[in-house]
Design a protein around this ligand. Structure first.
Ligand SMILES: [Zn+2]
Length: 130
């Protein structure tokens, strides 16, 4: 059996929005950093983020990757989380056209199944809050 090529620990942090915060200047990072980019401190403390935020930018992907064979097109978004960091993600189909500034919340969804092992791979996506 083929070994999974991805890091489950990293998945767990991403799926749970675990970032970290500088203990000196309180800048928040996601994903985690070992050194604060703003003040150079190495005193970083884990911090669970809400995953809530607003659409900072978006684009429509008209030709999805081969693995996403159930999709004709989808929206890729950059979300500015309430805690500050910007993260990229995929918008859940909601029938609503995205717009900059719209509020979103996280939504755990199946991304794809491994072609060889059939193991599901999950991804945190975003869904527009009505
Ligand atoms: Zn800092």
């Amino acid at each position: 059996m083929k070994e999974p090529t991805y890091n489950y620990r990293e998945d767990s942090e991403k799926l749970n929005f675990v970032g970290n915060e500088c203990n000196k200047c309180h800048k928040v990072y996601f994903p985690k950093r070992n050194v604060c980019r703003d003040c150079g401190s190495t005193e970083m403390i884990d911090r669970k983020l809400s995953g809530n935020g607003e659409i900072y930018s978006y684009t429509q992907i008209m030709v999805p990757p081969e693995d996403f064979n159930d999709k004709e097109s989808y929206y890729a978004v950059i979300v500015k989380l309430d805690e500050g960091p910007r993260v990229s993600g995929i918008l859940v189909d909601s029938g609503t056209t995205p717009d900059i500034g719209l509020r979103v919340k996280p939504a755990l969804r199946l991304m794809k199944k491994d072609k060889e092992t059939g193991l599901p791979r999950y991804q945190m996506k975003f869904e527009i809050i009505d």
